[in-house]
Write a protein that binds this ligand. Sequence first.
Ligand SMILES: C=C(O[C@@H]1C=C(C(=O)O)C=C[C@H]1O)C(=O)O
Length: 268
Amino acid sequence: TTESSDVQQRPPVVQRPALTVPTLIQIRDILAQLEAPIISTLTERFNLATPSSLYANNGSELLAYLVPRELIAAASGRYDYGKLEYPYTLPPVSPDVTTRTNSFAPGRFHQDTFTGNKELFDFYVNHLVPLFSSQSSVFFHLDNSTTNHDATFNLDATLLELISHRSHIGKVVAESKFASNVTGFTSLIKSKDATTIRALLTNTTQETGVMAQAATAATAFSNAWTTSGAAETISFVGSLQNVTSKLFRELIDVTTDIEVQYILARLN
Ligand SMILES: C=C(O[C@@H]1C=C(C(=O)O)C=C[C@H]1O)C(=O)O
């Protein structure tokens, strides 16, 4: 009927809520809460034997594994407005647009389309996975195989989701910093000065604290594995430290990239 084709043609009108961001101090606590889950998952994943063939062609098999998982996640609202979760494989989100009637007052979240997921995925596959060199397997199979591809990709997916969420909290970090220095940022946004914006967003004291906390967590989790009787090599504790440090350095960089891109699009 005319009625049903009319319904199909009209895009759904989605009212986006006005969302206010927390203070920078509160957001830093929220970021701190994510360190243990990330490093806990990393520790688990680190202990799985990893055939490199699994990650051939820039991780195309892993990317394909994420597709159905992200479709289900989307249906359950994981990527809804303001969730600060962005998929690796689904189309980009539409941005908010500042208008005369809706000025997006400082402190209100303003959606931009940038995601750091491509950067995170490439880093994961090309720089982190090669360091997952466990020789032992936690799986016992009567056919003598030592790997469990599904379990491996499942942990990859969980870890990728966690590090993506952590990084995209950068959007509200940026809003919070914008709200506390509107004049300073506005002129830099107008002159598209990404370098100075980045310098203004960077806080190396905070970064040192984040890295130290990550190192502490890595020690705690590797100790938990060894003292609970897991068959670990002598190098396990140091290797996990190294992997954790590389991951958190990358997370800080991607979080900052996301902050910069958010700020650049803030007045669009
Ligand atoms: C997230 C922030 O912005 C930057 C990124 C950081 C991070 O990813 O942990 C830490 C300090 C800043 O250089 C922040 O200021 O807290």
